[in-house]
Design a binder for this molecule. Structure first.
Ligand code: ATP
Ligand code: MG
Length: 423
């Protein structure tokens, strides 16, 4: 038997319905925020990811799926969405001819060669947004409000918003130097990965999951103490705007999201539901005023986040969040013999085009088994088509709850069902 690859999963049944419900809610929310929907390829040229700033991250150094196609091109399955959106923004010259800011959103599969565990897959789905072209802290606050409002609309309660700031380039450099000074005498106490990070990107030491409980981590210098006046002001504004939207947050000075291109605001939203497990970060993001330039575009500021759909679905399950899922179908159509199938599919097609949820018998069941199947599908009405019904055009319709029977001319069936099915 062929099995799915390690670190992947199948979705079906009720879970499929729930996922579609959440996706629809996201689509609606993004419409309200006036963000544009983007789709980019699932594979990109390898050098979109394997370059400069990214080469200090685990995502790119240890986790990418790289391959050559039959034309000897180096390709990579995208491990995240931001680089592709920035590539698209630059390649399509949106900096010159698009709305400012350009507000983009996307949802799709990402691929990382990680050790699979709960909340961590090799193929997973991210919903993310990116906004280009404004340095205003209003946009940082708006970006943070998106996941918060999504969770609010869904009815997810146990969440915590953590924020921090890295400041502008000058603040970052001052902070970086302070970290180097601070950690240099403690190098022996750090894990092997952190020794490497010390050389390439010392900010990422604070991101370390192995060393996070060490005292030297807890007492490390804080970004907040190295901010320029402009950066302080920017952070104050973000906090003020979050308050204006009644969004609660905590400042977590060890939150750095170590990528070189991050500036100013960084944030994460975590699920604080008991028993959720250690993979509890639902989404993360921040401002990246250097990224577009890093990918060979004109200097353009940006801010965004990415959210893992799997962890969101798990959080909803942990909190037993109710979703208004459709559990019934409107109609089940039965043809009594081979001769009535053409009329049955005609009626079925017509009803579907008029907005009803309709299924039919495809298995030549006898009437008793058809009634059983109709119950299994939770149908509200059953339409039975025999020789007589086909000839006269007068259909036998049964209310499957009350068991009442009606004789309705097939021209009037839509009006009849419209009136009866009030939800
Ligand atoms: P983590 O620290 O959990 O590895 P990350 O910093 O690698 O997360 P990001 O690259 O910021 O995560 O991605 C944003 C979100 O995508 C995460 O908060 C998480 O919800 C989700 N995510 C990341 N990697 C995975 C994965 N392998 N499987 C499922 N979801 C993931
Ligand atoms: Mg990771």
């Amino acid at each position: 038997m062929i099995q799915k690859p390690k670190g992947t999963y199948d979705i079906y049944g009720e879970d499929g319905k729930k996922l579609l419900y959440v996706r629809e809610l996201i689509e609606g929310l993004m419409e309200k925020y006036n963000y544009e929907y983007f789709e980019t390829p699932i594979f990109e040229s390898s050098n979109l990811f394997h370059r400069g700033a990214f080469e200090t991250t685990d995502i790119v150094t240890k986790e990418t799926y790289d391959f050559k196609d039959r034309g000897d091109r180096d390709l990579t399955l995208r491990p995240e969405g931001t680089a592709s959106i920035v590539r698209s923004y630059i390649e399509n010259k949106m900096y010159g001819n698009h709305t400012v800011p350009t507000k983009a959103w996307y949802m799709g599969p990402m691929f990382r060669y990680e050790r699979p565990q709960s909340g961590r897959f090799r193929q997973f789905t991210q919903f993310g947004v990116e906004a280009f072209g404004s340095e205003d802290p209003l946009l940082d606050a708006e970006i943070i409000s998106i996941p918060v409002n999504l969770y609010k609309l869904l009815g997810l309660k146990g969440i915590k918003v953590n924020i921090n700031t890295l400041g502008d380039n000058e603040s970052r450099n001052n902070y970086r130097n302070a970290l180097i000074e601070y950690f240099r005498p403690h190098l022996d106490e750090l894990c092997e990965d952190c020794k490497e990070r010390f050389k390439k990107n010392p900010l990422r030491i604070l991101d370390c999951k192995v060393d996070s409980d060490l005292d030297i981590m807890k007492n490390a210098p804080r970004t907040i103490d190295y901010l320029t006046d402009y950066s302080k002001e920017h952070f104050e504004k973000v906090k003020e705007y979050l308050k204006s939207m009644n969004i609660d947050y905590e400042i977590n000075t060890n939150l750095v999201r170590g990528l070189d291109y991050y500036t100013h605001t960084v944030f994460e939203v975590e699920a604080s539901v008991e028993g959720f497990g250690s993979q509890n970060v639902l989404c993360g993001g921040g401002r990246y005023d250097n990224l577009v330039e890093t990918l060979d575009g004109p200097k353009t500021s940006g801010v965004g986040f990415a959210m893992g759909m799997e962890r969101l679905m798990t959080a909803l399950q942990y909190e037993n969040v109710e979703m208004p899922l459709i559990k019934n179908i409107d109609c089940y159509v039965i043809s009594m013999s081979e001769n009535e199938k053409d009329f049955a599919i005609h009626i079925t097609n017509d009803l579907r085009l008029n907005g009803f949820i309709v299924d039919m018998d495809y298995c030549n069941r006898n009437l008793k088994n058809n009634f059983k199947n109709a119950d299994k599908l939770n149908t509200k009405f059953i339409i039975i088509i025999g020789e007589e019904e086909k000839k006269s055009g007068i259909l036998t319709i049964k209310n499957n709850q009350t068991k009442e029977e009606y004789k309705i001319n097939h021209d009037d069936v839509i009006d009849f069902l419209d009136e009866k099915i009030v939800e």
